[in-house]
Design a protein around this ligand. Structure first.
Ligand SMILES: Nc1ncnc2c1ncn2[C@@H]1O[C@H](COP(=O)(O)OP(=O)(O)O)[C@@H](O)[C@H]1O
Length: 328
């Protein structure tokens, strides 16, 4: 546990991107990687790494057939994930696992993604799209003759037509993908998000990014402490009432609380009353006492709260913070 806590890496990206050929897996995985400052793991870059344990022969075999035995692939992944930069900055698996066998091997090693994104589009769109795919051999960046053409002539001139993009080859790969994917997805219940790949790359990217930045809800006990902010008339009271009703929270309106204390003639209410009569602002220290008493009560502690009408300025926000009533 101590070692795990020292690593402090529970929230680093651990993402799997799946999808049929030409759905844009590599494109999206590379963009996510840049944006999240993480590490991209694809079959291609695992094989080409200089220091991997893989024998030169196997590398040659891969370059010819573009496939690797599952056992070897998983071994390369395991080696790579143990490296410091993957431990510290997380990882994005591009198109892996390809089969149920691989999914189970990954799971057995305790490698668990936090988010799985599945891109989907119809076969006809993908076959058509794959024909326009181009690769920059220098940077590995992926372009498209219609959808993503680089502006620089220098880059344009060095783009290469990748192998295996003909209609027939893509159709064959699609067949294989469909056969495998239905047996892979059950390994990732609850962490799966299907995104339509038949929309502009940027839209696909932002949907994927939004998803991988969400935290999954755990079943551990959780007490919501909600702070509702907004200008006068924005509907704070109404939304607070709705939230309180829906999630069983205590609705704490700072103004109501002070008025209530005065009306009930509590000790603090009596201190507040003269300020009300003179229409003067109630000092922060007094407000905080009234508020603190309410937030300490058993119902607030147990059910959680939704607070509005406070803090009104930075000082009040600091007070709330220092007294330990942190919204979560
Ligand atoms: N949403 C999209 N719309 C149009 N073209 C796309 C989209 N996503 C990717 N592409 C293009 O389609 C081709 C295949 O993308 P790629 O990322 O290599 O797919 P995969 O890794 O799934 O095989 C590339 O030329 C890429 O520029």
């Amino acid at each position: 546990m101590i070692r795990h806590l020292h690593l402090d890496n529970d929230n680093v990206p651990k993402i799997v991107i799946l999808g049929p050929p030409a759905s844009g897996k590599t494109t999206i995985a590379m963009w996510l990687c840049k944006h999240l400052n993480s590490n991209l793991l694809s079959m291609e870059n695992l094989v080409l790494r200089q220091f991997s344990s893989m024998a030169a022969e196997t590398r040659k075999h891969y370059q010819k057939t573009k496939t690797l035995p599952s056992r070897l692939l998983i071994q390369l992944i395991q080696e790579r994930l143990a490296e410091e930069e993957c431990v510290k900055r997380g990882w994005i698996l591009d198109g892996i696992p390809e089969t149920r066998e691989q999914a189970l091997m990954i799971q057995t090693l305790g490698i668990t993604p936090r988010h799985v994104v599945v891109l989907s589009a119809s076969d006809t769109v993908l076959i058509e799209r794959n024909l326009g795919k181009r690769i920059d051999p220098q940077t590995g960046e992926i372009y498209h003759t219609t959808f993503d053409w680089p502006p620089e002539t220098e880059v344009q001139n060095r783009l290469m037509v990748p192998e295996g993009i003909s209609e027939l080859e893509t159709a064959q790969k699609l067949l294989e993908y469909h056969r495998n994917i239905v047996r892979i997805l059950p390994s990732y219940p609850k962490i799966l998000k299907v995104i339509s790949a038949d929309q502009p790359c940027m839209d696909v990217f932002y949907q994927a990014l939004t998803y991988v930045q969400t935290n999954h809800r755990s079943n551990a006990p959780f007490t919501p402490r909600v702070l509702l902010c907004g200008p006068v008339g924005s509907g704070k009271s109404l939304q607070a009432a709705l939230l309180a009703q829906k999630y069983g929270l205590v609705n704490v309106c700072c103004g109501q609380l002070l008025k209530g204390a005065v009306a009930d003639k509590t000790k603090l209410g009596e201190i507040v009353q003269p300020f009300f009569e003179k229409k003067m602002a109630v000092p922060d220290s007094i407000i905080m006492k009234v508020l603190g008493q309410r937030l300490e009560q058993q119902d607030c502690v147990q059910k959680g709260w939704v607070l509005h009408g406070f803090p009104r300025d930075l000082d009040q926000a600091h007070i709330l913070d220092t007294l330990g009533y942190n919204p979560n």
